[in-house]
Write a protein that binds this ligand. Sequence first.
Ligand code: 5GP
Ligand code: ZN
Length: 135
Amino acid sequence: MDCIFCKIAKGDIKSTVIFENNDFKVILDVNPANIGHCLVVCKNHYENIIDMPEELVKEGFAIAKKIAAAVKKATDCDGVNILQNNGIAAGQTVFHFHIHIIPRFDGDSVDVKFGNLNKSIEEISAVADDIVKNM
Ligand code: 5GP
Ligand code: ZN
C-alpha cells in the first residue's frame, strides 16, 4: 500500500521525530499551521479513529496530552488545538490515523471555526436518540 505515514512510521521517509514508542511516532508537520505543529502518528495502518482499537486510541490521546504540554512550554503559545480528522468531508488528506497538536497564538491566522449552523433547539436535539441507539 502506498501510504506516506506508513513510510514515515517505518523510517523509509525522513521526518523530524519528537517521540517514539512501539505504537506511535510523533513528528513535526511538514506544512505546519503554526511553528510547533506536531502529528501523533500510529505505527500500524488504520485509516481513521473508527477503525482503530480503543486501547490504541487511548494511548494516542495520552501521548497527545504530553506533547501538547511540551509544545506549550517550548513555544510559549496561548492555546493548543488537538484535532483529529476523519474523512474527506472533515478535512482528512492523509488516510492513516494521526492527531494534530497545533500551538495557537492570540490573533494568529489559523482558522478552526464552527457554530454557525443556526438551528432551533428541536432541530439540534432530534438526533440524540439515534446517536444513543447506535452506541
Ligand atoms: P489531515 O488533513 O489528514 O488531518 O492532515 C495531514 C497532515 O499531514 C497535514 O497537516 C500535512 O501537512 C501533513 N503531511 C502530509 N505529508 C507529510 C509528510 O510527508 N511529512 C510530514 N511531516 N507531514 C506531512
Ligand atoms: Zn498507512
